[in-house]
Ligand binder design. Sequence first.
Ligand code: UN1
Length: 506
Amino acid sequence: MSDPYQHYIDGEWVSGTGSETFESENPATGETLGEFRQGTPEDVDRAVDAADAAFEEWRELSRIQRAEYLWDVYHELRDRTDELGRVVTKECGKEISEGKADVVEAAHMVEWAAGDARHPKGDIVPSEIPAKDAYMRRKPRGVTGCITPWNFPVAIPYWHMAIALVEGNTVVFKPAEQTPWCAQIIAEMFDDAGIPDGVFNMVQGFGDAGNAIVEHEDVETVVFTGSAEVGHHIQDKLGGVAGKRAACEMGGKNAVVVTEEADLDIAVHSAVMSSFKTTGQRCVSSERLIVHTDVYDEFKERFVEVAEDVAVGDPLQEDTFMGPLIEGEHFEKVAEYNQLARDEDVNVLVDRTELDADEIPDGHEDGHWIGPFVYEADPDADLRCTHEEVFGPHVALLEYDGDIERAVELQNDTEYGLAGAIVSEDYRQINYYRDHAELGLAYGNLPCIGAEVQLPFGGVKKSGNGYPSAREAIEAVTDRTAWTLNNSKEIEMAQGLSADIKTKDD
Ligand code: UN1
């Protein structure tokens, strides 16, 4: 094996201060893909110092000058989509169309951010005083820590970083430990683009490196996408610290609502895509299907038939629908939730927790395979399996009777509020859902996955406080300044406030 891959700090590839390394593993085969340096808090210190030092010059460039570096990255993402899509698939196990879509989504985000550099920024605001010009202007906040998950190992880092950089911030990137190879390629792209030293830095590693970013006094903003546990920790940590900002996007216990007015072809298609694409490992994946009693039996029969049949297998093959889970530890977690559901006395309809030997492709015996687990449960029961996020192909059918208000009440019966979908041909039901479902991302007659970068992406309730995608990300990485200029030789105040200076002699 070649030397371990390094960190990227201050424009250099460096080994860092630690002696530990870790390996990236192909979740479909167990094959080692590469060895990587494990970053330490000292490495994070160096990266933050470099980012802090680079900030003064980077912020002085125009947005359009900064975006030039991102256009180079954009073209590389476009030119290498097929090759990088295969890397994504090999490292995180998503089937190949998803591997490529991850790279395409990254390109879209970079295109959006770089293109946005030429758009108007800020606002011209009226003033009460004719001689005053008032503006809202945006300023970069400084060093931005970007901590990203493995399930979108190319797209989400660019969600976090593209706008932060165009807006004039510098970046310390800590990718997920499961997908260091994708992160290595991201760092190579910035290096190839000639981004000035210290503007982009990457420290590979685990939670201690991520934590060092969160705790560093010179990191002004942390943008995080990942588990609720870590995200809430970051919010708690930074929430009370003056001047710091945390934008966190976390998971959900998402649902698809199928009303009595649904087109059942769309309903089944939406539910299968929402629950099983990416093997249920999207923060927007659905783990609940809330189905009206009038269509319940037919929907159940058709959904169960597909869940029994969906092709689990080699994610590099185009006829695969579901790849493996990311790692053995995650398989244990999902299998435990499947067991919990059985213990909670639900009615299990499909149980492909352990695949048959003939379903596992040759040479893939060490993959972390799992198939759908589908059950029906009482929608009013206080069950853990229908309320906690599993992050796998684990899905509950919840039958309801009554009107759309009842369906939406069940949709909202969760601490989370990320994504959801309604399937119905009745626009009144759709509109009621649109206005009352407590969600950041809501879909009609679609799956609840597959958001595009130009829409806000984020959730309400415990799903987060951050909108890391496109337009809304600007709020996280900039501060607003109200800038007012007086063009007259006199000072005149608004609100009728007297500007006369009165002396004792007046
Ligand atoms: C995630 O689920 O972690 O909306 C991100 C989607 C993708 C992004 C998902 N564009 O499905």
